[in-house]
Write a protein that binds this ligand. Structure first.
Ligand SMILES: [Zn+2]
Ligand SMILES: [Zn+2]
Length: 395
């Protein structure tokens, strides 16, 4: 048994002052309550983090790479490097996210990513970085009108047969799919994916209000990077953006780097969605954590200049880290650390159906947690109650 204490703990639906976090030897939370309510068991070793705040490990459901590597690369060095970088920034679980690529490259990437998901699923104590829990398929079922940097010649209309090929290659580890609901065949594929437990996220879409509602009725319940690669808001025809901003039936994620979406629009989004329905993603690329230069995004090149990723004059993913996104929510919207942390932990876990296990510091959950300064800087990251070694200690 291990015991941890600090100035506060964010469950993150509540703040626990003077907390005691008890973790079993197999990496699960036994107790997360106030020190006044619970004594340290004599057998437990107590670690006191002083003025720090304990928060659930962050969960990034949309990330393409980092540390110079893309998740679709075949190099065996790629995922460990990305996972190490993620953990440094407080992320303990993630969905490696594909971009639209030739069919063979996508199928091979899905097979490799499935290997990684299965390797980590064997033991909570596997590896020293963030855990890949499943795959996010972003493309090829995207709108030509809102493709972003996805290669237009490789976009495809959805069919059950195509979805089945991706599903088989991933051995059922596709957990999230971004799809434009207005495409021919999309409604059938949304229903098929949703029936298999995939989080269907509407995005890269030019959908009208009616098309968005049809996507929701078929099983779409989330939206990918609100405002980006999305039909803009019209005051007579809500479209996908107006619908996601006003519908309590949709959760949505946002890239809160202040570049993809203006800080005041991030604030507006948060006011409209509220703390229960907003999710932070990074959409981070290989350039994250790297100096200015040229990096891969899927199969194509993009350039990092002054912290912004470009491809052919378009924004191409981000170099954002989740800890910065959390602090940006505090900065842009004046939200508390607890509220901001919720958007990076409990909410993404709930959206993809992992809420019982992850994203909360409550009894029974996996003891993945971050030790934060009172203003949200990551001091260290713990995976299943164990610190990740020297490389994950920053104080
Ligand atoms: Zn995208
Ligand atoms: Zn993306």
């Amino acid at each position: 048994m291990r015991a941890f204490t600090a100035a506060a703990l964010l469950t993150p639906l509540e703040v626990v002052e003077r907390p005691l976090l008890l973790v079993s030897d197999d990496g699960r939370i036994v107790e997360a309550s106030s020190r006044d309510a619970c004594a340290v068991p004599p057998s437990a070793s107590l670690t006191d983090f002083g003025d720090a705040v304990l928060a659930p490990g962050y969960f990034d459901i949309h990330i393409h790479g980092g540390a110079g590597f893309d998740v679709m690369e075949s190099s065996p060095d790629a995922l460990p490097a990305i996972e190490g970088l993620l953990a440094k920034h407080g992320v303990t679980a993630y969905f490696p996210t594909t971009v639209t690529a030739p069919m063979d490259a996508t199928l091979q990437a899905l097979e490799r990513l499935a290997d990684a998901v299965e390797a980590h699923a064997k033991s909570l104590l596997h590896g020293e970085g963030a855990r890949p829990l499943g795959i996010h398929l972003e493309g090829p079922f995207l709108s030509h009108a809102k493709k972003g940097v996805h290669p237009p010649d490789l976009l495809l209309d959805p069919t059950p047969q195509l979805f089945e090929r991706f599903w088989q290659a991933s051995r059922g580890h596709i957990r999230m799919m971004t799809i434009a609901p207005e495409l021919p065949g999309a409604i059938e594929v949304i229903a098929l994916a949703a029936a298999r437990g995939v989080c269907v996220s509407l995005g890269h879409s030019n959908a009208s209000t009616a098309e968005t509602h049809r996507g929701m009725a078929a099983g779409g319940h989330h939206c990918t990077h609100a405002f980006n690669a999305m039909r803009p808001l019209d005051h007579r025809e809500l479209g996908i953006l107006g619908t996601l901003l006003t519908s309590d039936s949709l959760t949505a994620d946002i890239i809160a780097d202040g570049v993809h979406v203006h800080p005041e629009v991030v604030q507006m989004f948060l006011q409209l969605k509220g703390e229960a329905r907003a999710v932070l993603i990074t959409d981070a690329t290989a350039a994250t954590g790297m100096p200015d230069g040229t990096y891969k995004l899927g199969r194509f090149d993009m350039q990092l200049r002054d912290g912004v990723c470009w491809h052919d004059g378009h924004l191409a993913g981000s170099a954002l880290t989740m800890d910065l996104a959390v602090r940006n929510v505090m900065l842009f919207a004046g939200w508390s650390l607890r509220q901001a942390v919720r958007l990076a932990s409990a909410n993404p876990a709930d959206v993809v159906g992992e809420g019982g296990q992850r994203g909360r510091l409550v009894p029974g959950a996996i003891a993945d947690f971050v030790v934060l300064s009172p203003s949200g800087e990551v001091r260290s990251t713990y995976l299943a109650g164990r610190d990740g070694g020297e490389s994950l200690r920053f104080f």
